[in-house]
Write a protein that binds this ligand. Structure first.
Ligand code: ZN
Length: 162
């Protein structure tokens, strides 16, 4: 049985503060790139706290954050960051269905990593309310390494009002 609770978030457009800020043209952007070092070939790296630090640094209270990974064998996704076995299951499911040594046309040896990245995706966009991401109880954001260990770049762009 799923428990449903009323949503506390305001409907966009009905917030008089946000509306007046927009009218005064106070929409701003904030950009930041940081590096993540993976330590295994296949790994989920929790970047939730780095992302929250960047939001705080930006000073943006209402807006959208986009997190983009500029690589072809590494992606980004949101899922559970409480029980680590969830991450294990995600990777073992992907590896079982997309094995490293399959019959691929791309012969660099990392075709599986390219396919996994295409499925997982290279970016996520998330709302910012009151300077924070309105995470679900168990949610976090992960860099999904599929061909490590490597140094990876994470590009963050925020647009909103302070
Ligand atoms: Zn390749």
């Amino acid at each position: 049985m799923v428990e449903r609770v009323p949503c506390k978030h305001q409907v966009v457009g009905s917030n008089p503060t946000l509306g007046s800020n927009l009218a005064q043209n106070q929409m701003v952007t904030f950009s930041k790139t940081f590096e993540v070092k993976s330590s295994k070939r296949i790994q989920s790296v929790d970047i939730t706290s780095e992302i929250q630090k960047i939001i705080s640094e930006s000073g943006i209270k209402d807006g959208i954050i986009t997190i983009f990974i500029p690589h072809t064998t590494c992606g980004v996704f949101i899922n559970e960051n409480w029980d680590p076995t969830v991450q294990e299951d995600i990777h073992s499911f992907l590896s079982k269905n997309i094995p490293q040594n399959g019959n691929y046309a791309h012969t660099e040896g990392n075709a599986d990593a390219h396919i996994k990245t295409a499925i997982i995706g290279n970016s996520v966009s998330i709302p910012i309310n009151d300077g924070k991401i309105p995470w679900g109880t168990w949610q976090g954001i992960f860099l999904a390494e599929f061909d490590g260990p490597r140094k990876r770049k994470v590009i963050v762009k925020i647009i909103g009002v302070k």
